[in-house]
Design a protein around this ligand. Sequence first.
Ligand code: SF4
Length: 417
Amino acid sequence: MKVRIAFITLGCKLNYAETSTYERELLKEGFEAVPWSKGADVFLVNTCTVTEHSDKKSRNIIRKLHRQNPEAKIFVTGCYAQLKKTEIEAIEGVTSVFGATEKSRIVPTILAMVNNQSIDDIQSPTFFPAYSSGERTRSFLKVQDGCDYKCHYCTVPYARGESRNIPISSIIPQAEAIAAEGIKEIVLTGVNTGDFGKSTGETFFDLIKALNDVEGIERYRISSIEPNLLTEEMIDWITSGSKFLPHYHIPLQSGCDTILKEMGRRYDTAAFARKIQYIREKTEVPGGPKVFFGIDVIVGFPGETDELFMETYNFLKDTVRPAFIHIFPYSRRSGTPAAIRKDQVQDCVKTKRVQMLESICAELHQEFIDANKGVAEKVLFESTDRKGMMEGYTGNYIRVSRPYDPEMIGKIVDITI
Ligand code: SF4
């Protein structure tokens, strides 16, 4: 009988890409993937540690899995597992915990343990290549891992280690394998994606130019890129007929220069505004699609007074005017410089600020949709049947739905928004 395994993934696209890779490898070994709610013989939990809430969620899931499946083996990996290995090992029912440098050992260890064999100490390479392939139309391809920036609120550099990558020559075959599965769109993911090339002497620009030539892949998105790493040269190339879509996810984190400095970020609001304007000028033509900007913002960083928060609010509302704002209330992460500051912002104040940004986000998103009405675009339809409807995204990331039709899955279709 096949060993039933369930995968639980928390956190970012990178975790999803990695889980998908563990799944592919274990299915090849004869495992059967089942939804975790149905019970399984083995569970693999890929955790996240971006906020205190993520840690708690990871612990609760592990406890629940053990309660419901006392005989099952539970393996845990991911960023929380790297930072708090002993804390997780102490949870009842946990079989094994793998940190950031042990990802290549996960599949062989699971195989050995379910077969009651011992395993030799496998040396892990420092970069674990991964891509997702659960969906038939879009894949998240991991091109970079780790971060050297050490922003003052962030534990990711401790959880994922230093910035690193495999060479372009090893990434291209992965993109080709994705194309061979019939997938047309790739989302490039990393912790600090634009920092690609640190360990191979290449650049992110070299990478996107090489990927652009992969046959079968028709569209690319960049999951997130630091504003200082998105160069004008790159923007010029992207907008001159490449397969990279007019969709930019850029972390701003604060629209106030005082806070940006205290966060240890590498740009100021003037530089950020210039970059946004440059992209708009280069990409948008009259009657054509508008650029989708998804902007990350943290509210309630220590020392953020009402006045300083209003600088962020006004910068987003008056200058950046993105299509979407990803809003994160600041979470105090032990081991970071921001966590030991005395001027922490109360939770109720953070909640109010989140609500204020949610309200301008709704306004800006509607305005973005309205500005695109009547525009000719292309939609790539996805496979999920949502109560008789199917969805897809335009190049500039507007979600479109239509009655479900299996013939349309994976097709790029001309539409008028
Ligand atoms: S760039 Fe800053 S926020 Fe992003 S992962 Fe690196 S340290 Fe964290």
